[in-house]
Design a binder for this molecule. Structure first.
Ligand code: NAP
Ligand code: ZN
Length: 352
C-alpha cells in the first residue's frame, strides 16, 4: 500500500478538500497510473452530495472522478497491454466478475458485481474505491484503456464518461446518415453527443434552455438549435425524430420530447436527475414510441469510442482548472456555466 494525494468530501454538505488516501501496490495484472487530467462529471456532484441516496448511497469520505487520463508509472509482471511511460485512460469501471452473461458480452457496466471507480466496495484494501481526483490510481489492465495520444489530453479525459455514455446509445439505435437526431441539454454529455452524432453523419438538432449556447451548438456540429422554452420552436419538430438523447441533469418535462419522435422513434435517457420524471402514456402509445435508458458503456465499446474519437479528432471542449477550484466548478456546473466540461490539471495537486 502507498499513499496518494486526493480531494475528498467528508459529508454530503462539506466542500471537497485536500486529503491522503491509500492505494494498493500493483498486483501482477495491475497498472499504476500517474493521473494527468480528470474531467468533472455531473455524476461526481450528484454522488458527493448524496443526491442518489435511494439507488447508490454515498460513502464518506468520497473521492469522485471517473474521467481519468494519465501516464503509466508501474505495471505488474503479467501486464501485456501497457508499459511504463504509456498514456492510459480509466472510466467509470475498475472491475467486474468476468464471468456473468453481461461480462461475457463485453457489457461490464451491467455486471451484478461491477466495481465502480469510486464508491464501490474495494476488495483489495477494504472500504470503498476512490476515484480520479487524485495524483494516482491502480487499476486492473483489463479496465485500463488506450487513449488517442495525438489529441490534447485535457479534452481526452471526458471521453471516458461523457464520451462513451453518449456514443453507446447512438450506436445501439443506429444513429447515422439519413437519421434525424436530437440532443437535449448542452452540457458535458450533451456536447459530446452532438460531436458523435455529427461525426456519424446524422442531422443533429440541439435542444437547450440556454439561448446563449446557440452559436456554440452550431459550431460543435448541430444543424439546428431549438430553445426548448419556446413552444412554437418545439412544435415545428413534432413527430419527426428517429432518436433523441436526453442528457439533462435536473427535473424537466420529457413528454415535450416524446411527442417529437416519429413512429417507432426512441428517446434514451442518460441524464440521471435526483427525482423521478413523469411520463404520459399516450405519448408512447401513439406512434409506438419507446423510452429507454443507457448506462456508460462496456470496455470493448469504450475502446471503440476512443479509437473513433482518435480517427475523427474528437475531444471535449474543456475549461482546465486547478483542483483548488473544484468547489467553485461544482457551483458553476449547477448553473450550466461551463463550456462544456471542466478538466482538472492534476499537476495542481502537487502543491497540496
Ligand atoms: P451538465 O454538464 O451539468 O449538463 C447538464 C445540462 O442539462 C446543462 O448544461 C443544461 O443544458 C441542462 N439543464 C440543466 N438544468 C436543467 C433544467 N432545469 N431543465 C432543463 N435542462 C437543464 O451534466 P453532465 O455531466 O452532462 O451530466 C448530465 C446528466 O447525465 C447528469 O444527471 C449525470 O449524472 C448523468 N450521467 C449519466 C450517465 C449514464 O451512464 N447514464 C453518465 C454520466 C452522467 P442547457 O443549458 O443546454 O439547457
Ligand atoms: Zn460521469
Amino acid at each position: 500500500m502507498f499513499k496518494a494525494k486526493a480531494y475528498s468530501a467528508a459529508s454530503a454538505t462539506s466542500p471537497l478538500a485536500a486529503s491522503t488516501i491509500p492505494r494498493r501496490e500493483p498486483t501482477e495484472t495491475d497498472v499504476q497510473i500517474e493521473i494527468l487530467y480528470c474531467g468533472i462529471c455531473h455524476s461526481d456532484l450528484h454522488y458527493a452530495r448524496d443526491e442518489w441516496h435511494g439507488v447508490m448511497p454515498a460513502v464518506y469520505p468520497c473521492v469522485p472522478g471517473h474521467e481519468i487520463v494519465g501516464r503509466v508509472a508501474r505495471v505488474g509482471s503479467a501486464v501485456t497491454k501497457f508499459k511504463p511511460g504509456d498514456l492510459a485512460g480509466v472510466g467509470c469501471l475498475v472491475d467486474s466478475d468476468h464471468a456473468c452473461p453481461s461480462c461475457r458480452e463485453g457489457l461490464e457496466q451491467f455486471c451484478p458485481n461491477m466495481v465502480l471507480t469510486y464508491g464501490s466496495p474495494d476488495k483489495h484494501l477494504g472500504g470503498v474505491t476512490y476515484g480520479g481526483y487524485s495524483d494516482s490510481i491502480v487499476v486492473d489492465e483489463r479496465f485500463t484503456l488506450r487513449v488517442p495520444f495525438h489529441l490534447p489530453l485535457a479534452g481526452v479525459a471526458p471521453l471516458l464518461c461523457a464520451g462513451i455514455t453518449t456514443y453507446s446509445p447512438m450506436r445501439r439505435f443506429g444513429v447515422g446518415k439519413g437519421k434525424k437526431v436530437g440532443v437535449v441539454g448542452l452540457g458535458g454529455l450533451g456536447h459530446m453527443g452532438v460531436k458523435h452524432a455529427h461525426a456519424l453523419g446524422a442531422h443533429v438538432v440541439v435542444f437547450t434552455t440556454s439561448p446563449g449556447k446557440r452559436e456554440d451548438a452550431l459550431r460543435l456540429g448541430a444543424d439546428e438549435v431549438v430553445v426548448s422554452r419556446h413552444a412554437d420552436e418545439m412544435n415545428k419538430h413534432a413527430g419527426s425524430f428517429d432518436f433523441i438523447l436526453d442528457a439533462v441533469a435536473a427535473d424537466h418535462d420529457i413528454n415535450a420530447y416524446i411527442q417529437l419522435l416519429r413512429r417507432d422513434g426512441n428517446l434514451t435517457l442518460v441524464g440521471a436527475p435526483e427525482k423521478p420524471l413523469a411520463v404520459a402514456a399516450f405519448g408512447l402509445l401513439f406512434g409506438r414510441r419507446s423510452l429507454s435508458g443507457s448506462l456508460i458503456g462496456g470496455i470493448p465499446e469504450t475502446q471503440e469510442m476512443l479509437d473513433f474519437c482518435g480517427a475523427h479528432n474528437i475531444t471535449a471542449d474543456v475549461e482546465v482548472i486547478p483542483i483548488q477550484k473544484i468547489n467553485e466548478a461544482y457551483e458553476r456546473m449547477l448553473k450550466s456555466d461551463v463550456k462544456y466540461r471542466f478538466s482538472i490539471d492534476m499537476a495542481s495537486l502537487k502543491s497540496e
